[in-house]
Write a protein that binds this ligand. Structure first.
Ligand code: XMP
Length: 506
């Protein structure tokens, strides 16, 4: 087990990603909450930080419990931290130290640099520089601009590097992390989906015992994988509720419900479409739509949960990026759209929360899902927002608009599947615009709706770019939509990236 102490760097999550890619389990903790019990950790990595160590407000944690006890790899800020507080010197650098640099290794026999190429490209991102090394430190590597690019402290397993091994542009960064974790710290590379499933199922059994658990299924990857894991652990004591909010894709409620039943899950489908549409009537503001849907969901879910007697736990499909966001050093980032589910349902439900995926990244959830033999089609499904088509219908929502958008979306998504493009796209969907435009069909003038198609590539939804779908595909899709969906006479394709746009229009 590896501990990553977060000093607020934008790259902290990436460190965790790289470590997990080495099949090594790790956890991120904020620097001011160092776990009391350290005996389970075989290595500690200190992240970078947006702060300067010379600044009084910067994180200045007490690392005395760790240093000399558990091996440390200090990245960027951490390297400066030791220099600043333990006999070295850190100053603002005269030249900008951002971007690529080439590493020249001085101590060739140092295991940290085993199998790392001479002049290996590394990525720098810092404005302070280490002028003098801390007490007892030995320089390990330099670059043409930076004398102290890496050092270690003699007599202890403390290593420090000024560059960022976690970013893709540090070509041998993963090798360096492997050297540190495996060669130096002796950490086992045993974090595999199979190991995760075995461990989690036995932990869930132990924790839950004979208690009952209720879980809301959404049709998405996370809640489905969470359900199957829990099902393996506690079988029929898992009660799943799948709510139709009337804003799902065409026919999705029925088909996904059957799929869940075929998987052996104890699932109840609840069609609450009318209740949601009622709650949304007349609302155009995106955040108010989200609130109305969120509140209605809570009401419906609560009603259903009350039908099950003696429930103790509420299970959720929360995954690691949500968790990290809610505990990060600088506090949760500004709410651009209120779509984070961490914190769960309100207290009145009085249930204990169980979140079997809270330590996994999205791609790991998929791998665990594959290990559990969940249908690849379900696992490969594009992300779909909780408020569903409500935030893809700009302006107020009516049953008719939902019907139109479901038809359009279906033609687009089925088209992507038929053209073998579905898996090349991270997320796709259609947006119904509150705009009518003039058209002509036969000899008639029409005045009908405009729809926008959106398809993006992304890895995590944080940034995204539009996909260059083939013109022939767009042509065919546009034709099919206009000919088959009554009420639509114009189709446009969204060519905006995120940032500055977002993936959804609301
Ligand atoms: P944006 O539009 O913020 O979307 O670029 C990023 C990702 O988040 C999804 N999204 C939501 N998911 N509830 C959700 O569960 C929401 O309110 C919500 N809004 C956006 C969006 O589909 C994309 O995958």
């Amino acid at each position: 087990n590896v501990l990553i102490l977060d000093f607020g760097s934008q790259y902290t999550q990436l460190i965790a990603r790289r470590v997990r890619e080495l099949n090594i389990y790790c956890e991120i903790h904020p620097f001011h909450k160092v776990p009391e019990e350290l005996s389970g950790f075989k290595a500690v990595i200190l992240s970078g930080s947006p702060f300067s160590v010379r600044n009084e407000d910067a994180p200045h944690p007490d690392l005395s419990k760790i240093r000399g006890v558990v091996p440390i790899l200090a990245v960027c800020y951490g390297a400066q931290y030791f220099a600043h507080f333990h006999g070295g010197k850190v100053e603002a650098s005269e030249i900008r130290e951002y971007g690529r640099a080439n590493l020249s290794v001085i101590k060739d026999h140092e295991p940290l640099f085993a199998n790392i190429r001479e002049n290996s490209q590394v990525w720098m991102s810092h404005s302070d520089t280490i002028k003098e090394l801390p007490t007892n430190a030995v320089r390990l590597a330099s670059t043409s601009d930076i004398l102290n690019a890496a050092y270690r402290i003699e007599g202890e397993q403390t290593f420090a590097i000024q560059f960022h091994p976690e970013v893709y542009h540090s070509k041998d960064g993963k090798q360096l992390l492997e050297n540190f974790l495996v060669k130096i710290c002796g950490v086992e590379q045993s974090w595999t989906p199979g190991a995760f499933v075995d461990l989690t199922v036995s932990e869930l059994k132990e924790k839950i015992g004979d208690d009952k658990v209720v879980l809301g299924l959404s049709g998405g990857v996370d809640s489905s994988v969470a359900a199957v894991l829990l099902h393996q652990a506690i079988g029929k004591n898992l009660y799943c509720i799948f709510v139709n909010n009337g804003l799902l894709r065409k026919d999705e409620f029925e088909s996904v419900l059957h799929q869940y039943q075929d998987m052996g899950l104890n699932v109840k489908g609840v069609d609450a479409s009318a209740r949601f549409l009622g709650a949304l009537a007349g609302i155009s503001d995106p955040e108010l739509k989200r609130k109305a849907i969120g509140n209605t969901f809570i009401e419906v879910f609560d009603d259903e949960a009350h039908e099950i007697t003696d429930v103790t736990y509420l299970a959720q499909g929360t995954i690691y990026p949500d968790v990290i966001e809610s505990i990060s050093v600088n506090g949760p980032s500004v709410t651009i759209k209120s779509h984070h589910n961490v914190g769960g349902l309100p207290d009145f439900m009085k249930l204990k929360v169980v979140e079997p995926l809270r330590m996994l990244f999205k791609d790991e959830v998929r791998r665990v899902g594959a290990e559990l033999e969940i249908d690849p089609e379900l696992l490969g499904r594009h992300p779909f927002p909780g408020p569903g088509l409500a935030i893809r219908i700009l302006g107020d929502i009516t049953e008719e608009k939902v019907r139109i958008l479901q038809e359009v979306d279906h033609i687009f998504i089925q088209g992507l599947r038929d053209a073998m493009l579905y898996d090349k796209v991270w997320q796709a969907g259609a947006i119904l615009l509150p705009v009518q435009s003039v058209g002509v069909m036969g000899d008639e003038r029409t005045y009908e709706q405009v729809v926008a198609l959106r398809a993006v590539e992304s890895t995590d939804g944080m940034t995204a770019d539009w996909v260059n779908l083939p013109y022939e595909f767009l042509q065919k899709t546009s034709n099919a939509i206009i000919n088959r969906v009554k009420g639509v006479n114009r189709v446009v394709y969204d060519i905006s990236s995120k940032p500055p746009a977002t993936i959804e229009w609301e």
